[in-house]
Design a protein around this ligand. Structure first.
Ligand code: ASP
Ligand code: MG
Length: 424
């Protein structure tokens, strides 16, 4: 396929646009990378998405949703005034329009599906942030236009977890990009346009995925995700001391790490980039000249540094036959279907002759419903309050240190990965 000239994608998350100061820093980063035409994908400012979720929760439980909703708009107005010394500009008018839409939408709603309401309200965080940021950038002499991701990223109407229609999305993005040369564009992460002009969202933290979609459609030269950490680290610095930066990992390794629960990049981000061999940089917006992490097709560095992924609140279920009969394939497919029905994601599993052990994250009401169903045919025992540690590229010495003083309930070892389900 023909490349769309040299273009790159930058993605800025909520922390990188948390206030006026942060937006000025974003402008400096764009200014210093001014040579290449870009798609700049931006998340909602700071914790706006959580705040809008609380608006929706209050609304559906007949609570006070107006106070948090007003707070969202007051916050954005303050940032706008700090950046542009006025709110009577285009961005100010957009803010008023979005505010009017949000209040009218909720006041007139007559009991719609909660996921639908969620997307119509929560998606607004990204509209607000990008309106303010693109105005500020234009004002600062950076050549950008505001693009509406709802008209570009085409999805189905699976609210809160919308599926991308890749063919139409690619066409729309390419057409828009060619039609608006030579400007760079500022657009929203996380949101898309569903059927009948409905707003949809791609799942929490989905802006990384949006960046990958734009990169895929435009054959980008690279994607950079700007974060408040120096890059991908080998463990969560909130849980481990002495973390180290992973300078270069492969797509495969990045997918594995995010599957096991490393939370630096959204799991759906890697596939579109891998498919077109587009390198992904993860860099710090606080130290933009540091190299950060590069994720590409090079596998040679993958096993150099062990990575640790820690999950608390795990439950181990032991499912066994009541009459000492073997647990065979037919039972397993029945049991797995039951987990799928209750939307419980299996973390680890192991089987013996008459029992199957499965661990999941503790989602209490779903687990209770699952047990109730399974108990018709099986005996089910469970242990809760466990922690799951996954170590990629482990060595025995490290493992020994990490399990000290803990009771190991289940252990799994493959060539590259060790998983330990433990009680502290
Ligand atoms: N604003 C959305 C969220 O916080 C999407 C994102 O930040 O990636 O989940
Ligand atoms: Mg965010």
């Amino acid at each position: 396929m023909m490349g769309m000239d040299d273009m790159i994608v930058f993605k800025f998350g909520g922390a990188s646009v948390q206030d006026a100061e942060a937006v000025r820093n974003l402008a400096t980063i764009l200014h210093n990378n001014g040579d290449t035409r870009k798609v700049v994908v931006v998340s909602a400012m700071n914790k706006t998405t959580n705040k809008l979720e609380s608006v929706v929760n209050a609304f559906v439980s007949n609570g006070d949703w107006k106070t948090p909703l007003n707070e969202v708009f007051d916050f954005h107005k303050k940032v706008l005034i700090d950046l542009l010394q006025s709110d009577t500009n285009d961005a100010g008018q957009s803010l008023e329009k979005v505010k009017h839409y949000a209040f009218t939408f909720l006041e007139q709603d007559e009991g719609s599906d909660v996921n639908f309401i969620y997307d119509q309200i929560v998606a607004l965080g990204e509209i607000l942030s990008t309106k303010i940021i693109s105005s500020f950038l234009s004002n600062a002499g950076i050549d950008v236009i505001w693009a509406d991701a709802r008209k570009l990223i085409q999805t189905d109407n699976t609210y809160r977890d919308a599926r991308v229609d890749w063919k139409h999305t690619t066409e729309k993005i390419q057409e828009y990009w060619q039609g608006n040369a030579p400007h760079s564009i500022v657009t929203q992460g996380f949101i898309g346009g569903g059927e009948h002009q409905r707003m949809t969202t791609l799942g929490r933290e989905g802006s990384d995925f949006s960046a990958a979609i734009f990169a895929y459609a435009l054959d980008a030269k690279s994607v950079t995700i700007w974060k408040d950490v120096p890059g991908m680290l080998n463990a969560d610095p909130k849980l481990f001391t002495n973390t180290s930066l992973l300078p270069n990992i492969s797509y495969r390794e990045a997918i594995e790490l995010s599957y096991y629960g490393a939370s630096v990049i959204h799991p759906k981000t890697i596939k579109p980039l891998e498919n077109k061999n587009i390198p992904l940089h993860v860099k710090s917006f606080l130290e933009p000249t540091e190299p950060g992490t590069i994720i590409n097709d090079n596998t040679s560095e993958d096993s150099k540094i062990p990575s640790y992924i820690f999950k608390t609140n795990q439950v181990l279920l032991s499912i066994s036959s009541r009459d000492f009969s073997f647990i065979v394939e037919e039972h397993m497919s029945e049991i797995f279907a039951c987990f799928a029905r209750h939307k419980l994601k299996i973390q680890t599993m192991q089987n013996s002759a008459i029992s199957l052990s499965v661990s999941v994250s503790d989602q209490r009401s779903q687990i209770e419903a699952l047990i109730e169903e399974l108990q018709k045919d099986y005996q089910v025992l469970y242990n809760d309050g466990l922690e799951l540690l996954t170590i990629r590229h482990y060595n025995e010495k490290i493992v020994e240190e990490l399990v000290q003083g803990k009771e190991v309930m289940l252990q799994q070892k493959t060539r590259h990965t060790m998983r330990l389900l433990m009680r502290a």
